[in-house]
Design a protein around this ligand. Structure first.
Ligand SMILES: Nc1nc2c(c(=O)[nH]1)N[C@H]1C(S)=C(S)[C@@H](COP(=O)(O)OP(=O)(O)OC[C@H]3O[C@@H](n4cnc5c(N)ncnc54)[C@H](O)[C@@H]3O)O[C@H]1N2
Ligand code: MOO
Length: 402
């Protein structure tokens, strides 16, 4: 069986980033920059004060000196003149520094006298409290490089660089096809032997959390022709996910159904748990991931394979879900050849470190245990038995909004 890392490499090998589209700045959160975004001005655009006080010349601003206040420079209303020897201009945080001034005397260090005069109470250090033009970034400099995930900090930076529109990669469209005679819609009557389709809404949410646009297709019966019909004509999608019918049972017909519309299987079955029956292939140019029906297996495959695939198609370079280190909250038995992903709760020790404790039952159909887990505890293939307190690797689910 293929290892998880080989499977990831093969899935990612043929994925290209989507094209670019322009979105309003406010819509760019959690999108990915499609080109380098350059500054359309210097920031700050001119020398400005970092404090409320007076624009002065440091040489005539020693403790005990008296200066004449020749005007005011409120933020947004620059002073129309210059600071001459023995004079100063009243200004505020963000005010343009008038010509002639080289420093700011903060107002706490000035005693206001009569006749528009102030007495300096403390020596001024030349250059203090002035934000120099372009000290943050300069006109034409790249502020956000292509491939950067745009979060609130980048939104602020792009705005400061004077852009109202942002070039981002189009969200990858991910079609989701559930297969199985037993599958019913959430909220309806459940016939004998039926089970509610939890995979489609859960995978759609995962797709959204990873930055894609989910497209839930109608549920396919256990019928190869119906699977072929529902999965056909998806030329505009970027990825097709199937859920269920991936294993070796007589009614596991996804491969046969998709084969009728040209599926070329790249691999089937990998050395992981849960998620062993994962299938990867292509229908024409459309990449296909066949996920197991067991919901926990489908979600774990989502984190290991769909998440990096969507990130890659979105133009990101940080592809894999981040790992953290934790101490084991309980002993674990030795592992077999499959990379295991145990559902685990996470708490914080008094020293600030993380403690991950695997749930005692790890059935891959148990959704409540999955929802109660804050992390997947990763057990490498052939890991020996481990004692409580030993270090382990975890993938934190809350951090991924999954
Ligand atoms: N003899 C073997 N049996 C199985 C093997 C094996 O290697 N040999 N692998 C097991 C593993 S591991 C998994 S995982 C499952 C995967 O099976 P399928 O992908 O074929 O999934 P189904 O049989 O269609 O369903 C499995 C399980 O999940 C329920 N299900 C299916 N779709 C949904 C859905 N959309 N929402 C909620 N629940 C769903 C379905 O009713 C089944 O209970 O195979 C093992 N068997
Ligand atoms: O992938 Mo299966 O869920 O290991 O049981």
């Amino acid at each position: 069986m293929l290892s998880v890392s080989e499977a990831q490499e093969r899935i990612l090998a043929n994925l290209a980033p989507t094209g670019a589209e322009l979105v309003p700045l406010a819509e760019s959160w959690r999108r990915v920059a499609a080109t380098d975004i350059g500054a359309r001005l210097d920031n700050p655009p001119a020398d400005v004060s970092a404090m409320d006080g007076y624009a002065v010349r440091a040489t005539d601003c020693r403790s005990g000196d008296t200066l004449r206040v020749i005007g005011e420079s409120p933020a947004g209303h620059p002073f129309d003149g210059g600071v001459e020897p023995g004079t100063c201009v009243r200004l505020y945080t963000g005010s343009l520094v008038p010509t002639g001034a080289d420093s700011i005397l903060i107002q706490e260090n000035a005693l206001v006298e009569a006749d528009q005069r102030i007495t300096v109470l403390s020596d001024v250090v030349a250059g203090r409290h002035i934000r120099k033009r372009g000290q943050d970034f300069g006109l034409g400099q790249t502020v956000v490089p292509a491939g950067r995930h745009i979060l609130a900090r980048e939104v602020g930076l792009i705005a400061a660089a004077n852009h109202a529109w942002v070039p981002v990669h189009r969200r990858p469209v991910v079609a989701i096809l559930s297969a199985g005679d037993e599958i019913t819609l959430p909220g309806g009557d459940i016939p004998p032997g039926g089970i509610v389709n939890s995979n489609a809404p859960m995978l759609a949410t995962l797709v959204r959390a990873c930055g894609g646009t989910p497209l839930i297709l109608p549920t396919a019966r256990d019928d190869a022709a119906e699977i072929a019909r529902l999965a056909g004509g998806l030329e505009t999608a970027d990825l097709l996910l199937t859920a269920g019918g991936a294993s070796v049972g007589r009614y596991d017909l996804v491969q046969e159904g998709l084969g009728r519309i040209g599926l070329k299987v790249d691999f089937w079955k990998i050395a992981m748990r849960p998620g062993k029956p994962l299938m990867h292939g292509r229908i024409g140019r459309l990449p296909v991931l066949g996920l197991p029906g067991n919901p926990v297996a489908a979600l774990v495959c989502g984190i290991l394979f769909i998440l990096p695939a969507i990130r890659a198609m979105s133009g990101r370079s940080d592809l894999m879900a981040e790992h953290d280190m934790a101490r084991l909250g309980g002993a674990l038995p030795a592992n077999d050849l499959r990379l295991d992903h145990l559902r685990a709760s996470v708490t914080r020790a008094d020293d600030g470190g993380l403690i991950a404790t695997a749930f005692s039952r790890q059935d891959s159909a148990m959704l409540r245990t999955l929802a109660d887990s804050q992390a997947l505890l990763v057990r490498p293939p052939h890991a020996p038995a481990a004692e409580q307190g030993e270090m382990c690797r975890i993938i934190r689910l809350d951090h991924l909004f999954i």
